[in-house]
Design a protein around this ligand. Structure first.
Ligand code: SAM
Length: 287
């Protein structure tokens, strides 16, 4: 039997029982629409072989839908009151669910593989909005076993994450997400599906991990440092923007030329491959 999903009445009842006062700091907007969580799970493509990592299960809306499809769900929640109630919600609403649930009370910004009871293969989450990008990038770096990520974030953040070179909104999150794999926008979600209702619309983003640049952590850090430097002053040319990072504008120009990048262009025109090449050149030049 598929799990029963949480609607407005169930969310209200659970929130009242726990005396939940949703906080903005923790990005607590709970989904009370069954179609939305079904849609997220369908788009994620997770199945019986997957161990799904869910960040911020909250009252369990998405968790219940995930348990109908995934083999196992590991839910990481920072709010201990919400984490403690979740197993009982699952027992009440999904007594015959396909998947098993582990709840970990932890901060997803600092979680490491050793904090988790299983090795996750997919991330599916309605992320806390104020830390969505750092959480996503932290998990992609920490958990290379995550083959896919399907996350709900603010629409504007979804646009930034999925942006391609050349556009105004292409920036640090876009390039860093592309380091891990193929990034696509996977739909939009209205405000009305949440309690409390946020001021802005939401969007879905998918990352299919390719690890084109390997799993060398030093290489990733070096590349990310070059990306941060290039976009810290995004209106400047790469030669100027990278002056501090390289030691001087002349040195920046030498490295850019060695990496086959025109020093006069701006970072917003560069693909992640360019930044990887630049970081590799700088490393062999001992920067
Ligand atoms: N998944 C639920 C849903 O869709 O209704 C709740 C999503 S709500 C947008 C974000 C959730 O993330 C909240 O339950 C909040 O307590 C939790 N949260 C916030 N910051 C967190 C962090 N750093 N680590 C883990 N969970 C966090």
């Amino acid at each position: 039997m598929p799990p029963r999903l949480l609607g407005p009445a169930e969310i209200r009842a659970l929130a009242a029982e726990l005396d939940v006062r949703p906080t903005k700091t923790l990005g607590q907007n709970f989904v009370h629409d069954a179609n939305t969580v079904r849609r997220i799970v369908t788009s994620s493509g997770v199945g019986a072989d997957d161990v799904v990592l869910e960040v911020g299960p909250g009252l369990g809306s998405l968790t219940l839908a995930l348990l109908g499809e995934a083999g196992r769900v590991v839910a990481v929640e920072i709010d201990s009151k919400l984490a403690a109630r979740l197993p009982r919600t699952v027992a009440d609403f999904a007594p015959e669910q396909r998947g098993s649930l582990d709840v970990v009370t932890a901060d997803a910004l600092t979680v490491t593989p050793s904090d988790l009871p299983a090795t996750p293969t997919a991330l599916v989450a309605n992320l806390p909005y104020n830390v969505a990008v750092p959480v996503l990038l932290h998990l992609m770096a920490q958990l290379p076993t995550l083959r896919t990520a399907l996350v709900m974030v603010q629409a504007e953040v979804a646009d930034r994450l999925a942006a391609t070179p050349g556009g105004r909104i292409y920036g640090v999150p876009s390039v860093k997400a592309r380091y891990y794999g193929d990034v696509t926008r996977a739909g939009s979600i209205g405000k009305h599906v949440f309690w409390p209702e946020p001021k802005i619309e939401s969007g879905l983003v998918r990352i299919e991990r390719t690890d084109r640049f390997g799993l060398d952590e030093d290489r990733r850090r070096r590349t990310f440092a070059a990306i941060d430097a290039a976009f810290a002053q995004r209106r400047k040319t790469m030669r100027s923007a990278l002056a501090v990072w390289a030691g001087s504008p002349v040195r920046a120009e030498e490295l850019l030329r060695a990496a086959d990048i025109d020093p006069r262009i701006r970072g917003e025109r560069l693909e992640v491959d360019d930044f990887v090449r630049l970081a590799d050149v700088a490393a062999s030049a001992d920067i």
